[in-house]
Ligand binder design. Sequence first.
Ligand code: MG
Length: 254
Amino acid sequence: MIKLKTKSDIAKLREGGKRLGEILKILATKTKPGVTTAELDDYARELIKQNGAEASFLNYRPAGSRLAYPTALCVSINDEIVHGIPSKRVIKTGDLVSLDLGLKYEGLFTDAALTLAVGKVDTEAERLMGATREALTLAIKAAVAGAMTGDVGAAAQAVAERNKLGIVRDLAGHGVGYAVHEDPLVPNFGRAGEGEKLVPNLVIAIEPMFTLGREETKLLSDGFTFVTADGSLSAHFEHTVLITKDGPEILTLA
Ligand code: MG
């Protein structure tokens, strides 16, 4: 069931989203060669606390899962698409690192992610990141009141196809705000005019995930980390977006 947000909840989502954007921006500056992914998670927890918020992924149990997510931050490197669990793994020059974070602020949930290159990466990795970022921009642009989730998906899909990239279809964007994941599902592919209707006061997380290779995914034995089945690089960008009568409003900008 789709739950629209009230005016006062939207105010809280705006404030929480801004804080999330700022935290991610700081974490991006800390993502350097020699840093472990667990250290990034520690930074994330500290910043969340300083912001009077809670880490919404920590102990989150996805529908159908026996396991609760063990950390605040998801750090997914190279062929890891999403939900990489912070560990003693050391970040190296040339890594493609995705940081994904969920915040609970005054009871309301926001979600955002970005991918960054650590030092110099090859032109194919740059191309993948640029196209995935562009897909997020264009998918958000398509998220106007009266449009359908299929319009959002079609906008992302067009960018992937134009750039001959794989679209991760096993994972999707989603409603957010009263929980980490809510209806509707917002796939990164689709047909214009199909799916669920976008209406004012709906809040969705839009999150294209593309690969340099094929689209199939594999879940690692940790129960959370999704990797590309063919080992190809992947990128992921995400914003929490409010649908308004005047157009989409990105809530998770710093
Ligand atoms: Mg999400």
